[in-house]
Design a protein around this ligand. Structure first.
Ligand code: FAD
Length: 324
């Protein structure tokens, strides 16, 4: 039990993000025998979240509740995590490659004067030899990285390393920690959330993405219906966002979100390289396009050549029949 692996949990709207549980599984992959210590920052009651980390495989959890940690700031969270790192001296640190993970981990790494492997999609372990697999060139290739010395600090892409089975029989110590958090120059006056319904795009297992072929805001309605029957989320190409058919928060691609769902259905999307950069690592890709030459068919596992306004209602009908 010599290794100590610190997993930084991330709280969103009162719950831990799935990727926090996936990070516990990633830590276990590195060292099955190591002690896994979860860390949760926030403001208020964090005990129940700590218990969830234990159920998903953490051995113990440290919670830090402070009014300066109510909303994320890199200064506040940075101070809190660094204090725990200095106290615990972990051999590895892992966090989700989320918007917060991308902001926080390089800052912590620079303060610790250590390296960071970001956006790992898999980990290969052969004895003491640990290799991190991460996409490069917008997902067109993968590289393998190793850490030869010092702290193993890495982030994992959501939806790639499956979380362990939740086990309520597991128990572990949850330690609330009082920390002084000072000199925060960032003042969060208000957090304004876009009204969004349904499944979070970045963690969805099924995504139905619409492109310019959807033709209008109304044209997205059948996609939402399909998402509902499949229990998925709706995404979009930049073409659809630029044409104001939907909000930019749905954009997938090089300048949008990077997603790796189990099933990605691209509807009326041509398959521009910048779009592929955000979705080509999805496990199964289905493309619906009326142009048989569309580039999206080159990355699709299944292709349907046809008018989306005819194909989608048929799909919805058939899926509903399967559910009866
Ligand atoms: P189009 O290319 O216009 O394709 C529409 C498709 O719909 C066509 O293939 C057509 O055959 C099909 N279609 C039309 N009607 C129907 C119908 N009734 N039924 C079925 N199919 C139909 N794009 C992104 O998506 N994400 C990014 O992050 C991104 N970042 C970019 C960054 C930069 C720096 C640049 C320069 C571009 C970026 N783009 C991005 C834009 C990208 O190059 C494409 O312009 C965009 O992806 C095209 O969107 P689209 O496929 O929806 O539209």
């Amino acid at each position: 039990m010599s290794d100590k692996l610190l997993v930084i949990g991330e709280v969103k709207e009162g719950s831990l993000r799935n990727v926090s549980y996936e990070a516990i599984a990633a830590a276990k992959k590195i060292n099955e025998e190591g002690e896994i210590v979860g860390v949760i920052c926030g403001n208020g009651e964090l005990q129940a979240l700590g218990e969830e980390m234990i159920y998903y495989g953490a051995d113990r959890v440290i919670t830090i509740s402070h009014e300066q940690l109510k909303a994320y700031t890199s200064e506040g969270y940075g101070q809190a995590i660094l204090a725990i790192v200095n106290e615990e001296s972990p051999t590895s640190i892992v966090m989700g490659h989320t918007a917060i993970g991308k902001d926080l981990t390089p800052k912590i790494a620079s303060k610790l004067n250590t390296g960071l492997i970001s956006d790992a999609v898999d980990i290969e372990v052969d004895g003491d030899h640990v290799q991190f697999i991460r996409p490069i060139y917008s997902g067109k290739a993968f590289e393998k990285k190793i850490i030869t010395d010092g702290l193993t600090f890495f982030t994992i892409r959501p939806n790639n390393i499956p979380a362990l089975e939740r086990d309520e029989a597991r128990s572990g110590e949850i330690t609330p920690k009082d920390l002084e958090i000072t000199d925060i120059r960032t003042v969060i006056k208000d957090v304004v959330r876009k009204a969004s319904e349904g499944v979070d795009l970045s963690e969805a297992n099924i995504i139905i993405a619409g492109g310019r072929g959807v033709k209008s805001e109304d044209g997205f309605k059948p996609l939402y219906e399909l998402a509902e029957v499949l229990g998925g989320a709706v995404g979009a190409s930049r073409g659809a966002c630029d044409a104001e058919y939907c909000d930019y928060s749905l954009q997938i691609g090089q300048t949008g979100k990077v997603v790796t769902p189990d099933l990605y259905i691209a509807v009326g999307i041509s398959g521009a390289i910048q779009h592929l950069a955000g979705m080509s690592n999805s496990k199964v890709i289905v493309a619906i396009n009326k142009d048989p030459e569309a580039n999206i068919f080159n990355v699709a596992d299944y292709g349907i050549v046809g008018d989306l306004f005819e194909v989608i209602p048929l799909l919805i009908e058939e899926i509903k029949k399967l559910k009866v």
